[in-house]
Ligand binder design. Structure first.
Ligand code: AMP
Length: 419
């Protein structure tokens, strides 16, 4: 299968060659012909499998073939992609720019996201709005102000559709759907479609064709997964040790809170490891700066909260660390899918503590994996979960000689506690 055989115009093929897309990925090979055939598509594919091009290429082909009207400065949107996070919206918009490089005329492509200057967005929209990639809140704001119109929309895409159809976006999505013609093509892309989400897909799709990339060759197969047991307060030191001892290269670390992200980044920097934090308290410029620092390798470690789990598109992350485990078992796949992208291999490391050991078993069950628990010399776990009847497990201590030595060491470094 080649891109040439997919009935795409030469202008798109040229851009694909320039972007070094030589052959379609499985999801592209399956979804593109269906989309070009005008079908509604329900596509399930792991992160990093190339789903952006699977919908962007058909969208651009349709746009290029559409009436002159949509190529003028009309505020009528041709294709709308909804994404749950700003980062994903920016990345999808940038992929559209890449693929439309050789089109003439070029479509007006906009990322309409919260946190950015809305006056600037409004000014840009005046020139025309062909392809809009948006997070729902800001999009609704601008639609209510009549800055763009969805009444002639031809294609609606929900990226990370499981999130878009979840309760958090229900009201915004319902309001948007009222503005969109029922006669349209719709495509849903997501790594997971839990049963309750699958039922909701019927609200937006008409006779959809389900597409699923064979689970036998998902991206996660190229990820070496490790579960390392460690005491809670030793995770930071263990991380620093592993980055140095195992010479980790381009590492993405997930933590549970914004504060933890900032703290851990500081600790790493103090230890001579170049690290940046990436979390929801940063404004848009700071987020972009953090991502650029990481991407350009001025920092080898990015410490992120879950907002970064979806959408971040770095081709060369070598290690993903679950410093804190994801709350939702499904997010484990999203997180570790940040490595081993675009055909590369990667490693995912989860820190297992006395408190989260049970939760990790749940994650293993859901992800259909069973990982051997690993100990790193000098960082062996000593804490055990103590179950009290009728209560959740709490941390308990089985005191050993090593424990006491550790406590002494900890006292020495008391200013250097991690969490
Ligand atoms: P996506 O799942 O769309 O975020 O894509 C994951 C990564 O794979 C991105 O870095 C894409 O640029 C890259 N990619 C997607 N499709 C192809 C392809 N057919 N050939 C080469 N790289 C690709």
């Amino acid at each position: 299968m080649s891109f040439q055989s997919l009935a795409l115009p030469d202008t798109l093929l040229q851009a694909l060659t320039q972007a070094a897309y030589l052959t379609p990925t499985p999801i592209q090979a399956l979804a593109i012909p269906l989309m070009l055939d005008g079908k509604d598509v329900l596509a399930q594919a792991q992160t990093g499998t190339g789903k952006t091009a699977a919908f962007a290429l058909p969208a651009l082909k349709f746009w290029a073939e559409s009436s002159v009207d949509s190529q003028s400065s009309s505020q009528h949107v041709h294709t709308l992609v909804l994404a749950p996070t700003r980062e994903l919206a920016l990345q999808v918009a940038s992929a559209f720019e890449t693929f439309s490089r050789c089109l003439s005329p070029k479509p007006h492509i906009h990322a309409i996201i919260g946190g950015a200057d809305s006056e600037e967005q409004i000014a840009a929209l005046r020139k025309g709005a062909d392809i809009v990639v948006a997070t729902p809140g800001r999009l609704l704001d601008l639609i209510r102000q009549n800055k763009m119109k969805l009444s002639q929309l031809k294609l609606l895409v929900l990226d990370e559709a499981d999130k878009m159809l979840s309760l958090g976006f229900a009201d915004e999505l319902a309001e948007l759907l009222q503005q969109i013609p029922a006669q349209r093509q719709t495509a849903l892309f997501s790594a997971t479609f839990p049963d309750k989400v699958r039922a909701l897909t019927l609200q937006v799709l008409t006779s959809p064709i389900p597409v699923r990339v064979d689970q036998a060759v998902p991206t996660v197969d190229r990820i070496e997964q490790r579960a390392i047991t460690v005491d809670n307060d030793f995770r930071g030191r263990l991380l620093r040790h592993l980055i140095k001892a195992e010479n980790w290269d381009h590492t993405l670390v997930f933590v549970a809170s914004k504060r933890a992200a900032a703290n851990l980044a500081n600790k790493l920097r103090n230890d001579g490891i170049k690290a940046v934090a990436f979390h929801g308290d940063l404004d848009q410029d700071e987020r972009v700066a953090a991502l650029q620092t990481f991407e350009s390798r001025r920092a080898k470690v990015l410490i992120a909260t879950d907002i970064a789990a979806r959408g971040l598109d770095f081709d060369d992350i070598t290690h993903v660390v679950n410093f804190d485990l994801p709350r939702s078992p499904d997010d484990y796949v999203h997180r570790i899918g940040r490595t081993a992208r675009a055909g590369k291999v990667g490693m995912a490391i989860s820190f297992i503590t006395a408190e989260n050991a049970e939760h990790f078993k749940l994650i293993e069950m859901r992800a259909k994996i069973k990982l051997e628990r690993e100990q790193i010399t000098g960082f062996e776990a000593t804490e055990v979960a103590v179950k009290t009847k009728g209560q959740a497990p709490v941390k308990g201590k089985r005191k050993s000689k090593k424990d006491k030595l550790r406590e002494a060491a900890q006292r020495d470094q008391s200013a250097d506690s991690d969490s």
